[in-house]
Design a protein around this ligand. Structure first.
Ligand code: BDP
Length: 683
């Protein structure tokens, strides 16, 4: 099933001459080392070569022909060492790789070399991708290394098989509180992840219930089996743990992080885990957040809680990842003092510099919760002495739940490129999470997975691009959304020009289209409470979650200025503070996030806020129709199964977009009693 293969869809090459060239080199693969990652390399090469050229590759220790491909460690001291330049050697990082075509009087070969097995694996996938994309072989010379050290996928899977905020079926790992019987699919998932360079996976939901708590105790065998799959692809495994585990499974009376017994209990647990899983990655903890237990219960701080766990992990080289998603979820909409957007910064800034070296704070991209548009979380640019991981949501909770097309890479790019001004101009979020300015390897990027057990993994075939794009950006945040989508299209659908052009245009516009017909100008929410699909303007307006738009008869938006509002703007460094604080410099797309304005306030394009709302909501629906037309133009180039499943979803998207348009427009028409200038029909 091509839909199942995703971007590892290996098809016969369309250009016979190029195919012959590659084939000549790939008939004989020379691999002079052993190991389980090396076995994965062999398997992937053997399998892909069979698919590309319909031949069985011969894998040997030494070349058996004049032309071959060799995969060898840099320190191999082998005969090709004089083909590598000094500067190539020094600029390769531990996970990087070098691919080169070498030719001399006696032999011709493609060389893949690296300092580690992982590097060789990434290099192998790169070569395979070059073949998929039919790149010329002549000047093959590539040196790559990941920009961000920790590149982790987070699963919100529960042992019963359900997935929190999952939109593509059930867990591929668990069913009825057991590991699934057949691990083949999990292996294929590991292939997908390592092909885009991800090197970590959190295996269970951050909301850890009692069954999952047992994963660090009597149910460790489940973790062990998964470890055995993922280690073969260079992917470290991590577990979400419940802070109250010492009480839930340890029989202790407290989980107080300063209690001796509690500390001893965690140490023993961690030793137990490492005894079974020698290179276990560490723990992820959601504490004192949305009902999860944490140190606050015992009047202790996040530092007490995180450091206690980190101390237990440190002797084994383990990491303790602590989430910054902490806010008061019992607040009142009338109370301006408690702005949810301010919570993470207020909580964690005073703790900067107090965490141990193996503690990392995992911070959502925005201050609220994965809305279609949010400013960047001000903790990036705030924290100076704390390790950080940036958290994205690949699963489309608030962005159409994989029924709507929404390619998120452009959104993520804006976050990564955002200048925090931390150490002066040019301190982008990407630079921060690369760890380079902090000189620490404990920095990274995490994404909440969008996959499930549906045959095509993501429900919406085109949502595969979000998983692909997440990995690519984690590897190299300087890649453009366009470059990434072109790679993805070619590897997923082949090298047809029309498909490439139409589909990349569709993908690149899709986030903006989604934004047009949903919540306007950065205000967010306006979704149905609970499941978060479809419009409900006041759904969260009078509830306890701190998620308000404050629309009344005269105006809309949340005043987060220092001058007259919640003071959230002051959490940014001067340059960004100035930009957001003042109406005339605040970007339109975030206007209502930062300011409360009248409906007749004029945006930079001279339209009123209200007219903008009307226009974008009509346009959004027209744009979805445009997506449908574009997709229809591809019918003859795409297999009918993928074509029609995407087509069905686009139709659903159109109906949903109409509903959004009508609900939002009529709400604001009734609130304001101001007509649409163009007198279009508003229900
Ligand atoms: C919210 C989700 C909720 C998660 C929470 C989190 O609605 O299901 O548990 O984030 O990140 O977006 O912990």
């Amino acid at each position: 099933d091509v839909d199942y293969q995703c971007w590892l869809n290996y098809q016969r090459l369309e250009t016979p001459s190029l195919s012959d060239q590659y084939k000549e080199y790939l008939k004989n693969i020379v691999i002079n080392i052993d190991g389980y990652i090396i076995d994965s390399i062999k398997n992937e090469l053997y399998y892909s070569i069979k698919k590309f050229f319909n031949i069985e590759a011969i894998i040997t220790n030494k070349p058996i022909k004049r032309t071959f491909t060799i995969i060898s460690k840099l320190d191999g001291g082998s005969f090709f060492s004089n083909t590598i330049k000094e500067e190539e050697y020094t600029s390769l990082s531990e996970e990087g790789f070098l691919i080169k075509k070498v030719e001399n009087s006696t032999k011709k070969f493609i060389l893949i070399t690296a300092k580690s097995d992982e590097g060789l694996l990434y290099g192998t996938y790169k070569l395979i991708q070059n073949i998929q994309m039919e790149k010329p072989l002549d000047q093959l010379n590539l040196l790559e290394k990941p920009y961000i050290p920790l590149r982790i996928i987070n699963h919100w899977d529960n042992l019963d098989g359900s997935i929190e905020r999952g939109y593509a079926g059930k867990s591929i790992f668990y069913r009825n509180n057991e590991l699934v019987d057949n691990l083949d699919r999990i292996r294929d998932y590991a292939r997908l992840l390592s092909s885009i360079g991800l090197n970590g996976i959190v295996l269970n939901n951050v909301n850890v219930k009692s069954e999952e708590t047992k994963l660090i105790a009597e149910r460790i065998n489940i973790v062990e089996k998964l470890y055995d799959v993922f280690k073969r692809y260079g992917i470290k495994i991590y577990l979400s743990v419940n802070f109250a585990s010492p009480m839930i499974i340890g029989g202790l009376k407290t989980a107080d992080p300063l209690d001796k017994e509690v500390r001893k209990w965690w140490k023993e647990r961690v030793d137990f885990i490492y005894n079974r899983i020698p290179d276990f990655g560490g723990f992820l903890v959601k504490a004192d957040s949305e009902g999860q237990p944490g140190p606050f219960t015992y009047n202790r701080t996040h530092v007490d809680g995180a450091n206690m766990l980190a101390e237990a992990l440190a002797p084994h080289g383990g990491l303790l990842i602590w989430r910054a998603f902490v806010y008061n979820c019992y607040q009142d909409w009338r109370d301006n003092e408690t702005d949810r957007a301010k919570a993470a910064y207020d909580t964690f800034m005073p703790l900067d510099g107090k965490f141990l070296d193996n503690v990392i704070i995992q911070i959502k991209n925005g201050p609220m919760d994965f809305q279609v548009r949010e400013p960047v979380n001000p903790l990036f640019g705030g924290l100076q002495k704390t390790n950080q991981i940036l958290e994205f949501q690949i699963t489309q909770e608030y962005t159409g739940q994989q029924k709507h097309l929404c390619y998120l890479v452009p959104q993520w790019k804006e976050v990564l490129d955002f200048d925090t001004f931390l150490f002066g101009e040019g301190t982008s979020v990407a630079k921060i999470v690369s760890g380079s300015i902090f000189n620490s390897p404990n920095f990274g990027i995490a994404g909440i997975s969008n996959i499930g057990d549906e045959i095509n993994w993501t429900g919406h075939t085109l949502a595969q691009a979000n998983l692909y794009g997440f990995g690519r950006l984690a590897w190299d945040p300087s890649l453009s959304g366009k470059k990434i989508i072109e790679e993805w299209i070619k590897c997923t659908f082949g090298n047809n020009e029309t498909v490439l052009n139409n589909l990349s245009e569709m993908m690149l516009k899709s986030w903006n289209i989604y934004e047009k017909y949903t919540a306007p100008l950065g205000v967010g929410w306006m979704v149905n409470p609970g499941h978060h699909y479809g419009p409900n303007v006041d759904g969260y307006e009078y509830s306890r979650w701190g998620t308000y738009h404050k629309a009344d008869h005269y105006g809309i938006g949340v005043d987060r200025t220092l001058k007259s509002g919640t003071g959230y703007t002051a959490q940014y460094r001067q340059q960004n503070f100035e930009k957001y604080e003042h109406l005339d410099s605040c970007p339109d797309e975030l206007l209502l996030f930062f300011h409360h304005v009248s409906y007749i306030y004029k945006l930079s394009n001279n339209k009123t806020v209200l007219q903008h709302i009307y226009d974008t909501h009509f346009e959004g629906v027209e744009d979805v129709q445009w997506l449908i037309d574009k997709w229809q133009g591809l019918e003859r180039y795409i297999d009918s199964k993928r074509y029609s499943s995407v087509y069905q979803r686009l139709l659903e998207q159109r109906e949903s977009a109409k509903e959004w348009r009508d609900v939002i427009n009529s709400y604001f028409y009734r609130k304001t009693m101001i007509y649409d200038e163009k007198r279009r029909k508003i229900y």
